[in-house]
Design a protein around this ligand. Structure first.
Ligand code: KG4
Ligand code: ZN
Length: 335
Protein backbone atom coordinates (compact mmCIF):
# COMPACT_ATOMS: atom_id res chain seq x y z
CA UNK A 1 0.00 0.00 0.00
CA UNK A 2 1.32 3.42 -0.95
CA UNK A 3 -0.46 6.27 0.79
CA UNK A 4 -0.11 9.98 0.04
CA UNK A 5 -0.69 12.13 3.14
CA UNK A 6 -1.70 15.81 2.87
CA UNK A 7 -1.67 18.06 5.95
CA UNK A 8 -2.86 21.67 5.62
CA UNK A 9 -4.70 22.37 8.89
CA UNK A 10 -2.78 25.49 9.87
CA UNK A 11 0.41 27.15 8.60
CA UNK A 12 2.49 24.19 7.51
CA UNK A 13 2.10 22.34 4.23
CA UNK A 14 3.03 18.77 5.12
CA UNK A 15 3.21 16.11 2.42
CA UNK A 16 4.33 12.51 2.86
CA UNK A 17 4.25 9.14 1.20
CA UNK A 18 4.09 5.99 3.32
CA UNK A 19 5.05 2.72 1.67
CA UNK A 20 3.73 -0.10 3.85
CA UNK A 21 5.83 -2.80 2.18
CA UNK A 22 9.16 -1.17 2.94
CA UNK A 23 7.81 0.74 6.02
CA UNK A 24 9.49 3.81 4.52
CA UNK A 25 8.20 7.33 4.99
CA UNK A 26 9.07 10.13 2.56
CA UNK A 27 8.22 13.39 4.21
CA UNK A 28 8.47 17.05 3.22
CA UNK A 29 7.33 20.11 5.12
CA UNK A 30 6.99 23.67 3.96
CA UNK A 31 6.68 25.98 6.94
CA UNK A 32 5.12 29.43 6.54
CA UNK A 33 7.03 30.86 9.55
CA UNK A 34 8.57 33.74 7.59
CA UNK A 35 5.21 34.71 6.12
CA UNK A 36 3.48 35.10 9.51
CA UNK A 37 6.45 36.22 11.61
CA UNK A 38 5.80 39.94 11.32
CA UNK A 39 2.19 39.50 12.54
CA UNK A 40 3.23 37.45 15.62
CA UNK A 41 0.77 34.67 14.74
CA UNK A 42 -0.91 32.86 11.85
CA UNK A 43 -2.99 34.99 9.45
CA UNK A 44 -5.62 32.55 8.07
CA UNK A 45 -6.09 34.19 4.65
CA UNK A 46 -2.34 34.30 3.98
CA UNK A 47 -2.00 30.71 5.19
CA UNK A 48 -4.56 29.28 2.75
CA UNK A 49 -3.13 31.23 -0.21
CA UNK A 50 0.36 29.99 0.57
CA UNK A 51 -0.85 26.37 0.83
CA UNK A 52 -2.39 26.78 -2.65
CA UNK A 53 0.90 28.09 -4.02
CA UNK A 54 3.12 25.41 -2.56
CA UNK A 55 1.09 22.21 -2.30
CA UNK A 56 1.25 20.76 -5.81
CA UNK A 57 5.00 21.11 -6.27
CA UNK A 58 5.54 19.64 -2.81
CA UNK A 59 3.48 16.60 -3.77
CA UNK A 60 5.51 16.17 -6.97
CA UNK A 61 8.78 16.45 -5.04
CA UNK A 62 7.75 13.80 -2.48
CA UNK A 63 6.67 11.47 -5.27
CA UNK A 64 10.10 11.99 -6.82
CA UNK A 65 11.85 11.35 -3.46
CA UNK A 66 9.97 8.06 -3.21
CA UNK A 67 10.97 7.19 -6.81
CA UNK A 68 7.32 6.68 -7.74
CA UNK A 69 4.74 8.16 -10.09
CA UNK A 70 1.18 9.27 -9.29
CA UNK A 71 -0.08 6.01 -10.79
CA UNK A 72 1.62 4.02 -7.98
CA UNK A 73 -0.58 5.57 -5.25
CA UNK A 74 -3.16 3.33 -3.52
CA UNK A 75 -5.03 5.97 -1.51
CA UNK A 76 -4.94 9.69 -0.64
CA UNK A 77 -5.27 10.72 3.02
CA UNK A 78 -5.87 14.36 3.94
CA UNK A 79 -6.64 16.36 7.09
CA UNK A 80 -10.38 17.05 7.30
CA UNK A 81 -10.18 18.93 10.63
CA UNK A 82 -9.81 20.49 13.11
CA UNK A 83 -8.03 23.57 11.76
CA UNK A 84 -8.45 26.75 9.73
CA UNK A 85 -11.30 26.57 7.18
CA UNK A 86 -9.39 28.01 4.22
CA UNK A 87 -6.28 25.93 4.85
CA UNK A 88 -8.27 22.71 5.26
CA UNK A 89 -10.14 23.45 2.02
CA UNK A 90 -6.91 23.59 0.00
CA UNK A 91 -5.76 20.11 1.12
CA UNK A 92 -9.22 18.58 0.91
CA UNK A 93 -9.96 19.91 -2.60
CA UNK A 94 -6.66 18.76 -4.02
CA UNK A 95 -6.84 15.35 -2.31
CA UNK A 96 -10.31 14.68 -3.73
CA UNK A 97 -9.33 15.94 -7.20
CA UNK A 98 -6.31 13.63 -7.38
CA UNK A 99 -8.38 10.75 -6.01
CA UNK A 100 -11.07 11.29 -8.66
CA UNK A 101 -8.66 11.65 -11.53
CA UNK A 102 -6.69 8.52 -10.59
CA UNK A 103 -9.77 6.51 -9.61
CA UNK A 104 -8.35 5.62 -6.19
CA UNK A 105 -9.91 6.01 -2.71
CA UNK A 106 -9.47 8.99 -0.42
CA UNK A 107 -9.86 9.22 3.33
CA UNK A 108 -10.33 12.26 5.59
CA UNK A 109 -8.19 12.18 8.73
CA UNK A 110 -8.78 13.69 12.16
CA UNK A 111 -5.65 15.76 12.83
CA UNK A 112 -5.75 15.00 16.58
CA UNK A 113 -6.00 11.26 16.03
CA UNK A 114 -3.09 11.44 13.58
CA UNK A 115 -0.93 13.22 16.21
CA UNK A 116 -1.54 10.25 18.54
CA UNK A 117 -1.25 7.44 15.99
CA UNK A 118 2.10 8.51 14.53
CA UNK A 119 3.44 7.04 17.77
CA UNK A 120 2.54 3.58 16.42
CA UNK A 121 4.86 4.22 13.47
CA UNK A 122 7.68 5.63 15.63
CA UNK A 123 7.41 3.07 18.49
CA UNK A 124 6.52 -0.37 17.22
CA UNK A 125 6.29 -1.98 20.69
CA UNK A 126 3.43 0.17 22.04
CA UNK A 127 0.49 -1.92 23.23
CA UNK A 128 -3.06 -1.11 24.38
CA UNK A 129 -4.36 0.09 26.73
CA UNK A 130 -2.36 3.28 26.96
CA UNK A 131 -2.83 6.76 28.30
CA UNK A 132 -2.15 9.69 25.95
CA UNK A 133 -1.22 13.22 26.90
CA UNK A 134 -2.03 15.23 23.76
CA UNK A 135 -0.45 18.68 24.02
CA UNK A 136 -0.66 20.80 20.88
CA UNK A 137 -1.30 24.43 20.00
CA UNK A 138 -5.06 24.08 20.20
CA UNK A 139 -5.66 21.11 22.52
CA UNK A 140 -4.69 19.62 25.89
CA UNK A 141 -6.21 16.22 26.65
CA UNK A 142 -5.67 13.09 28.71
CA UNK A 143 -7.09 10.26 26.60
CA UNK A 144 -7.54 6.63 27.57
CA UNK A 145 -6.99 4.41 24.55
CA UNK A 146 -8.20 0.83 24.72
CA UNK A 147 -7.93 0.25 20.98
CA UNK A 148 -7.08 2.11 17.76
CA UNK A 149 -10.36 3.98 17.37
CA UNK A 150 -11.50 4.34 20.98
CA UNK A 151 -10.73 7.73 22.46
CA UNK A 152 -12.01 8.24 25.98
CA UNK A 153 -11.21 11.80 27.04
CA UNK A 154 -10.64 11.69 30.80
CA UNK A 155 -9.14 15.16 31.29
CA UNK A 156 -8.82 18.43 29.38
CA UNK A 157 -7.99 22.08 29.81
CA UNK A 158 -10.76 24.29 31.09
CA UNK A 159 -9.18 27.38 29.47
CA UNK A 160 -5.98 27.76 27.39
CA UNK A 161 -4.07 24.81 25.92
CA UNK A 162 -0.43 24.25 26.91
CA UNK A 163 0.84 25.23 23.45
CA UNK A 164 -1.25 28.39 23.45
CA UNK A 165 0.14 29.30 26.88
CA UNK A 166 3.71 28.89 25.59
CA UNK A 167 2.79 31.00 22.55
CA UNK A 168 1.17 33.84 24.51
CA UNK A 169 3.92 34.04 27.13
CA UNK A 170 6.58 34.02 24.38
CA UNK A 171 4.79 36.92 22.73
CA UNK A 172 4.67 39.04 25.91
CA UNK A 173 8.33 38.15 26.51
CA UNK A 174 9.00 39.56 23.05
CA UNK A 175 10.57 36.30 21.82
CA UNK A 176 10.75 35.22 18.20
CA UNK A 177 7.90 33.41 16.45
CA UNK A 178 7.56 30.32 16.51
CA UNK A 179 6.87 30.61 20.15
CA UNK A 180 7.09 27.39 22.20
CA UNK A 181 10.42 26.64 20.62
CA UNK A 182 11.77 30.12 21.47
CA UNK A 183 10.80 29.70 25.13
CA UNK A 184 12.83 26.48 25.19
CA UNK A 185 15.75 28.13 23.38
CA UNK A 186 15.86 31.04 25.85
CA UNK A 187 15.34 28.81 28.90
CA UNK A 188 18.37 26.78 27.81
CA UNK A 189 20.60 29.88 28.12
CA UNK A 190 20.10 29.97 31.92
CA UNK A 191 23.43 28.25 32.78
CA UNK A 192 25.51 31.34 33.65
CA UNK A 193 22.66 33.42 35.01
CA UNK A 194 21.63 33.80 38.65
CA UNK A 195 17.89 34.25 39.03
CA UNK A 196 17.15 37.64 40.61
CA UNK A 197 13.39 37.80 40.02
CA UNK A 198 12.01 34.63 41.55
CA UNK A 199 8.43 34.06 40.35
CA UNK A 200 5.85 32.72 42.82
CA UNK A 201 3.42 30.90 40.53
CA UNK A 202 -0.24 30.37 41.43
CA UNK A 203 -0.94 26.99 43.07
CA UNK A 204 -2.43 24.42 40.71
CA UNK A 205 -4.64 21.53 41.82
CA UNK A 206 -2.57 18.44 41.04
CA UNK A 207 -5.08 15.81 42.15
CA UNK A 208 -7.45 16.10 39.18
CA UNK A 209 -7.20 15.28 35.48
CA UNK A 210 -8.23 18.68 34.13
CA UNK A 211 -5.82 21.52 33.42
CA UNK A 212 -5.94 25.29 33.74
CA UNK A 213 -3.22 27.56 32.41
CA UNK A 214 -4.82 30.98 32.15
CA UNK A 215 -3.85 31.92 35.74
CA UNK A 216 -0.17 31.30 34.97
CA UNK A 217 -0.42 33.28 31.74
CA UNK A 218 -2.02 36.27 33.51
CA UNK A 219 0.55 36.07 36.32
CA UNK A 220 3.39 36.19 33.77
CA UNK A 221 1.67 39.08 32.03
CA UNK A 222 1.42 41.12 35.27
CA UNK A 223 5.10 40.52 36.09
CA UNK A 224 6.40 41.31 32.62
CA UNK A 225 4.30 44.48 32.31
CA UNK A 226 6.18 46.05 35.24
CA UNK A 227 9.62 45.15 33.87
CA UNK A 228 12.08 46.50 31.40
CA UNK A 229 12.92 43.42 29.36
CA UNK A 230 16.64 42.77 28.89
CA UNK A 231 17.92 39.51 27.41
CA UNK A 232 18.87 38.29 30.91
CA UNK A 233 15.32 38.95 32.12
CA UNK A 234 13.84 37.16 29.10
CA UNK A 235 16.04 34.13 29.89
CA UNK A 236 15.18 34.13 33.63
CA UNK A 237 11.46 34.41 32.96
CA UNK A 238 11.37 31.88 30.12
CA UNK A 239 13.32 29.42 32.28
CA UNK A 240 11.04 29.71 35.30
CA UNK A 241 7.86 29.64 33.20
CA UNK A 242 8.94 26.51 31.30
CA UNK A 243 10.00 24.80 34.54
CA UNK A 244 6.64 25.54 36.16
CA UNK A 245 4.60 24.23 33.20
CA UNK A 246 6.70 21.07 33.03
CA UNK A 247 6.31 20.47 36.78
CA UNK A 248 2.53 20.72 36.36
CA UNK A 249 2.47 18.33 33.38
CA UNK A 250 4.67 15.81 35.20
CA UNK A 251 2.55 15.94 38.40
CA UNK A 252 -0.65 15.53 36.36
CA UNK A 253 0.84 12.53 34.54
CA UNK A 254 1.83 10.93 37.86
CA UNK A 255 -1.74 11.45 39.12
CA UNK A 256 -3.24 10.12 35.86
CA UNK A 257 -1.23 6.89 35.71
CA UNK A 258 -1.92 6.21 39.41
CA UNK A 259 -5.63 6.89 39.00
CA UNK A 260 -6.12 4.82 35.83
CA UNK A 261 -3.55 2.16 36.72
CA UNK A 262 -2.39 2.19 33.08
CA UNK A 263 1.28 1.33 32.67
CA UNK A 264 1.97 3.07 29.35
CA UNK A 265 2.05 6.81 28.70
CA UNK A 266 2.17 8.15 25.13
CA UNK A 267 2.91 11.81 24.38
CA UNK A 268 1.57 13.57 21.28
CA UNK A 269 1.45 17.06 19.73
CA UNK A 270 3.87 19.96 19.25
CA UNK A 271 4.71 20.53 22.93
CA UNK A 272 5.93 16.90 23.14
CA UNK A 273 9.04 18.09 21.30
CA UNK A 274 10.17 19.98 24.42
CA UNK A 275 13.40 18.29 25.54
CA UNK A 276 13.15 19.12 29.24
CA UNK A 277 9.59 17.77 29.36
CA UNK A 278 10.80 14.52 27.79
CA UNK A 279 13.67 14.17 30.28
CA UNK A 280 11.53 14.94 33.33
CA UNK A 281 8.76 12.56 32.28
CA UNK A 282 11.22 9.75 31.57
CA UNK A 283 12.86 10.29 34.97
CA UNK A 284 9.62 10.32 36.98
CA UNK A 285 7.82 7.57 35.06
CA UNK A 286 10.82 5.26 35.44
CA UNK A 287 10.42 5.48 39.23
CA UNK A 288 6.79 4.35 38.82
CA UNK A 289 7.65 1.60 36.35
CA UNK A 290 5.65 3.29 33.59
CA UNK A 291 6.78 3.10 29.96
CA UNK A 292 6.81 6.47 28.18
CA UNK A 293 6.73 6.93 24.41
CA UNK A 294 7.19 10.01 22.24
CA UNK A 295 7.02 10.52 18.46
CA UNK A 296 10.34 11.36 16.74
CA UNK A 297 11.00 15.10 17.04
CA UNK A 298 10.15 15.74 13.36
CA UNK A 299 6.73 14.12 13.83
CA UNK A 300 5.66 16.05 16.99
CA UNK A 301 4.67 19.31 15.35
CA UNK A 302 2.37 19.27 12.30
CA UNK A 303 3.57 17.08 9.42
CA UNK A 304 2.28 15.02 6.50
CA UNK A 305 3.73 11.72 7.77
CA UNK A 306 1.16 11.45 10.56
CA UNK A 307 -1.64 11.88 7.99
CA UNK A 308 -0.15 9.33 5.58
CA UNK A 309 0.32 6.80 8.39
CA UNK A 310 -3.18 7.29 9.82
CA UNK A 311 -4.50 6.97 6.25
CA UNK A 312 -2.67 3.64 5.99
CA UNK A 313 -4.22 2.41 9.28
CA UNK A 314 -7.69 3.29 7.95
CA UNK A 315 -7.23 2.01 4.39
CA UNK A 316 -5.85 -1.28 5.76
CA UNK A 317 -9.14 -1.65 7.66
CA UNK A 318 -11.16 -0.78 4.53
CA UNK A 319 -12.12 2.61 5.92
CA UNK A 320 -12.27 5.24 3.17
CA UNK A 321 -14.74 7.78 1.76
CA UNK A 322 -16.73 7.75 -1.47
CA UNK A 323 -18.06 11.29 -1.30
CA UNK A 324 -16.53 13.93 -3.59
CA UNK A 325 -18.25 16.99 -2.14
CA UNK A 326 -15.72 19.29 -0.48
CA UNK A 327 -16.45 19.44 3.26
CA UNK A 328 -14.07 20.46 6.05
CA UNK A 329 -14.53 20.26 9.83
CA UNK A 330 -12.74 23.19 11.55
CA UNK A 331 -13.97 22.19 15.02
CA UNK A 332 -13.69 18.42 14.64
CA UNK A 333 -13.40 16.61 17.99
CA UNK A 334 -11.84 13.30 18.90
CA UNK A 335 -14.63 10.71 18.29
O1 KG4 B 1 0.83 20.04 17.20
P1 KG4 B 1 1.20 21.39 16.75
O2 KG4 B 1 2.28 21.51 15.72
O3 KG4 B 1 -0.01 22.18 16.17
C1 KG4 B 1 -1.33 22.02 16.57
O4 KG4 B 1 -1.95 21.02 16.16
O5 KG4 B 1 -1.80 22.91 17.31
O6 KG4 B 1 1.60 22.20 18.05
C2 KG4 B 1 2.05 23.51 17.99
C3 KG4 B 1 2.32 23.97 19.39
C4 KG4 B 1 2.58 25.47 19.45
O7 KG4 B 1 1.76 26.04 20.44
C5 KG4 B 1 4.05 25.56 19.80
O8 KG4 B 1 4.37 26.69 20.54
C6 KG4 B 1 4.25 24.29 20.61
O9 KG4 B 1 3.47 23.33 19.94
N1 KG4 B 1 5.66 23.87 20.64
C7 KG4 B 1 6.41 23.82 21.77
C8 KG4 B 1 7.70 23.41 21.36
N2 KG4 B 1 7.69 23.23 20.02
C9 KG4 B 1 6.42 23.52 19.59
N3 KG4 B 1 6.11 24.08 23.05
C10 KG4 B 1 7.09 23.92 23.97
N4 KG4 B 1 8.35 23.55 23.67
C11 KG4 B 1 8.70 23.28 22.38
N5 KG4 B 1 9.94 22.90 22.08
ZN1 ZN C 1 -1.19 19.66 15.15
Amino acid sequence: MIILGIETSCDETGIAIYNSKSNLMFNRLYSQIDLHKKYGGTVPELASRDHSNKIFNLILSVIKDAKLTLSNLSCIAYTKGPGLVGSLLVGTSLAKSISYSLGIPHVGINHLEAHININLYCNEDISYPFLTLLISGGHTYFIKKNSLYSNEIIGETIDDSVGETFDKVARILNLDYPNGMSIEKFANKIKNITITNKIHFPNIKNDCLNFSFSGIKSHMFRIIKKMELTETKQIELAYQFQKNIIEILVKKCIFAVNKTNIKTLVLAGGVASNKLLRLELLKHMKLLNIKVYFPSYKYCTDNGAMIAFDGFLKYRNNIFDKDFSINVYPKLKLN
